[in-house]
Design a protein around this ligand. Sequence first.
Ligand SMILES: C[S@@+](CC[C@H](N)C(=O)[O-])C[C@H]1O[C@@H](n2cnc3c(N)ncnc32)[C@H](O)[C@@H]1O
Length: 302
Amino acid sequence: MAPTETDLWSDWLLRRRQAGDADYRRQVQAEVALIAERVIDGARLAPGMTLADVGSGEGIVVWRAFERVGPTLDAIVTDISQPLLDHAREQARERGVVDRCRFIAGSAERLDGIADAAVDALTMRAVLAYVGDKAAALREAWRVLKPGGRISIAEPILRGEALKAAALRRLVEAQPPGRRDRFMELMLRWKAAQFPATDEAIAASPLTGHDERDLLRLAQRAGFAPLHLELHIDVRPSKVPNWEIFLGVAPHPWAPSLGELFEREFDAGERALLEQVLRPTVDSGQGLSEDPIAYLQALKPC
Ligand SMILES: C[S@@+](CC[C@H](N)C(=O)[O-])C[C@H]1O[C@@H](n2cnc3c(N)ncnc32)[C@H](O)[C@@H]1O
């Protein structure tokens, strides 16, 4: 059940990420569950351990951890979003694990409610991407872990999307004003509304100012050793089933969907041109997605 209160985070996670469509939401959740599975593998959980899942959202990592480890697990569920924490608490109740969970509201950069060396494992799935001070978040992860404890994270690497938008900007700007390709201009307006599209903006954004190697380096600087990083890039047919859902999907919480942009910023002719070119690929299922994900596992030395 969706929480009664919403904020930017809960509205995106529970609705805008999947265009408000229940079937497509199930598909997205199935994809996320596969990533969560790998995150839990990397945390090497065992009965009796304490897990902190930072930026838990609706709790997909935590609930799967309970299913795998059993009810002797203790979980600290944290999130910056109170509506999502309330939602997670409700889920914990329904799953009969609420007594094994502690819920803490706050940012990954300051895990104030967690004592030093209190947890055996710390997981984050698609959280650091949104955190401004990633170095601070990784130092906090190090602080709350017991010596010998593990961090296991999976983060989308969105820099490539922004670099594509910046490349498009350069192509458009290289054409003489007044003789620019209309479709390319519209594509740029769309992409630049969703991702930073200048070198300065890309570097300044928490979403795009880093890549997987930066995450590795920041974790190393926080004191983790040894570390293991894998970058997975799966180029495959997009799961978006049709044009209506394509219009409704917001690629991240701070981005408008194309449908929202259509309403706000494109006139009828502009909408028609984009639809005429893009829709056949979307509706025929020939669109591709890439979804680069960095999996990082590391140890706090004893
Ligand atoms: C993409 S969702 C991922 C949720 C969950 N980890 C999962 O695997 O489904 C990002 C989550 O990070 C949370 N978040 C965003 N910024 C945060 C921050 N600075 N500190 C902690 N959590 C944050 C959001 O509220 C949201 O729940």
